[in-house]
Design a protein around this ligand. Structure first.
Ligand code: ZN
Ligand code: ZN
Length: 219
């Protein structure tokens, strides 16, 4: 996301380097994490040079369980065995704990949204009238008010039928029906959903997201 004070990412996907090159994003100032599953975390080392370019660590905003997973998976980055031999030898990162309280990041207000992903509590995020809710199979009662009045909702939709940890098409459409965003994009879409055939049968204002999709965030 391009915020007034810099660029931050939601998660660090394994293909992060390819995504940044494709989108021509030369610098990342911060990351906010939804959760620590491998498909959302394992591109973290691609942040390696940004801290050195910025002259300060790149903050990773995450919940306690995500922090523990990052420390376990990337121990070398946080507990280096002695002085590195050269400046880019290790990523320059800090961990910033978040919960469900809103916080300011690079001039943008970030409102975390509690979501349930199978049995795992994870976070979605709202920025102004745009919300990003991936990896969700249940929206708890307290989170529904945070999804009111949306211009754009980006929502998990894995396939036609339900999954233990993700919404399927009927659940995702039920969320759209209840929340009524002006526009919804389904994300985390698997190969089970053909792009054109699925888009053709989705209701107005609902479409599958795609790589490189850009969304304007106001406020
Ligand atoms: Zn996940
Ligand atoms: Zn995932």
């Amino acid at each position: 996301m391009h915020a007034p004070g810099g660029t931050f990412l939601i998660d660090t996907a394994p293909e992060l380097r390819l995504q940044l090159l494709r989108e021509k994003i030369p610098l990342v100032h911060a990351v906010i994490y939804t959760h620590a599953h491998a498909d959302h975390l394992f591109g973290l080392d691609d942040l390696r040079l940004f801290g050195h370019v910025l002259g300060k660590p790149v903050p990773l905003y995450c919940e306690e369980n995500v922090e523990a997973q990052i420390l376990a998976s990337y121990a070398y980055a946080f507990a280096p065995p002695g002085e590195p031999l050269h400046p880019g030898a290790l990523p320059l990162l800090t961990l910033e704990r978040i919960g469900t309280e809103p916080f300011e990041l690079l001039g943008q207000t970030v409102q975390p949204i509690r979501l349930i992903h199978g049995r795992l509590p994870v976070l979605g995020f709202r920025f102004g009238n745009v919300a990003f809710c991936t990896d969700v199979s249940l929206i708890p009662d307290e989170s529904w008010p945070l999804l009111e009045g949306l211009d754009v909702l980006v929502l998990d939709c894995l396939r036609e039928y339900p999954h233990a940890t993700h919404f399927g098409l009927p659940q995702s459409l039920a969320v759209v029906e209840r929340v009524r965003p002006k526009q919804t994009y389904f994300t985390h879409v698997s190969h089970h959903l053909d792009y054109d055939a699925t888009n053709a049968k989705l209701p107005p204002g609902v479409a599958l997201a795609y790589d490189g999709l850009r969304i304007e965030v106001a406020g």
